[in-house]
Design a protein around this ligand. Structure first.
Ligand code: TRP
Length: 337
């Protein structure tokens, strides 16, 4: 039986926050420990260029995200952990896929559509400020996936459409060239994986500026947690766990007994200050050792680089033979007499 091949990419802009950890990194690392799956996790640095033209930021974010996954215990002998730009086969494939992807399909991609609609609302040309990178990014994403024949693609809801486009593109290639080179990827959006609430109660997201950083100092973590919105109820007054951001975050880190215990404390009228103290202790307990490891890694860039080079080698061992078949299929071959 072929093993399930799980593949996902992380765009290297920004610093990972608790929402990324709970919603993506923690479940991905846990799943990669299963012997029945092969995991491919990569730093999507070419995707970063679509939204970020600050070289220092791209570089720093790549380092931070790599250090984060390593600090959280990703086993790089088991999973294949690499940087997109270290696997030139991906970008080569991306061009070949571009040549058979209809423009109409890309017109429907939601990131482009949102940009065009914004422009129209402002009375501008719909394509104002829209770069080809943004427009065709689902093709690069399809290449990321198809280059490794990824079958299970864990993504956020906003990315489902792109995985479906990758299927369309794979099908089209297989059909035109009459070769089943690519398998059909499937988006995996897990319902039981929490979407963590942010400081203001909306989904924790960089774009809402409501995040709790993953590996800042204990002091900063405590400060962030103190900013979680609560209501005006005083200590001693019973509190509802529904719609409580603090309780939502508690649930993402607590075991079932701890969840029950906090529920009881809410009913008994725990003060918000006390609840925040307990939440800090809980998160800090889980983060303490990884935070130390993260600091060590951030001070040892050579080690991170070595890990990524090891990953690139493993990734290219899959990508190269498949790309050779793709080249053959499309007619890009050595000239024979
Ligand atoms: N576009 C994805 C995001 O913004 C990141 C990504 C790039 C990705 N390539 C991928 C995810 C391939 C899954 C598979 O979240």
């Amino acid at each position: 039986m072929n093993k399930e091949r799980v593949l996902t990419g992380i765009t290297t802009t920004g610093t990972p926050h608790l929402g990324n950890y709970v919603g993506a990194i923690r479940p991905a690392i846990a799943a990669s420990q299963d012997d029945n799956v092969e995991s491919f996790f990569f730093l999507a640095d070419y995707h970063a260029l679509i939204k970020c033209q600050d070289p220092k930021m791209v570089q720093q974010s790549t380092k931070e995200i790599a250090a984060t996954w390593l600090a959280l215990g990703l086993d790089t002998d088991k999973a294949t952990f690499y940087r997109q730009s270290d696997v030139p086969e991906i970008t080569e494939l991306s061009w070949m896929l571009t040549c058979l992807t209809s423009k109409g399909l890309m017109n429907r991609a939601h990131a482009y559509k949102a940009a065009a609609q914004d422009n129209e609302q402002n009375g501008e040309d719909p394509d104002k400020g829209v770069m080809m990178g943004l427009f065709s990014y689902p093709v690069l994403m399809a290449a990321d996936i198809l280059m490794f024949n990824g079958t299970q693609i864990p993504v956020g809801k906003d990315q489902i459409q792109h995985v479906e486009m990758a299927r369309d593109i794979a099908q089209k290639f297989n059909h035109i060239y009459k070769k089943q080179l690519f398998s059909m990827p499937q988006a995996v959006v897990s319902d039981d994986i929490a979407i963590l609430s942010g400081l203001d109660g909306r989904k924790m997201s960089k774009s809402y500026n409501n995040t709790i950083p993953l590996f800042s100092t204990e002091k900063k973590l405590q400060k962030s947690i103190n900013k979680i919105v609560t209501n005006v109820l005083e200590p001693g007054e019973p509190k509802a766990t529904e719609d409580s951001t603090l309780f939502e975050i508690w649930k993402a880190f607590a075991n079932p007994e701890q969840i029950d215990m906090m529920r009881q404390q809410y009913a008994d009228g725990i003060g918000w200050g006390q609840a925040k103290k307990e939440l800090f202790a809980l998160i800090n307990e889980e983060m303490k050792a990884p935070r130390e490891r993260y600091e060590e890694l951030m001070a040892d860039g050579d080690f991170i680089e070595q890990e990524l080079q090891k990953g690139a080698q493993k990734a290219r061992a899959y990508a190269r033979p498949l790309l050779d078949q793709v080249r053959q299929a499309v007619g890009i071959t050595a000239i024979k007499s």
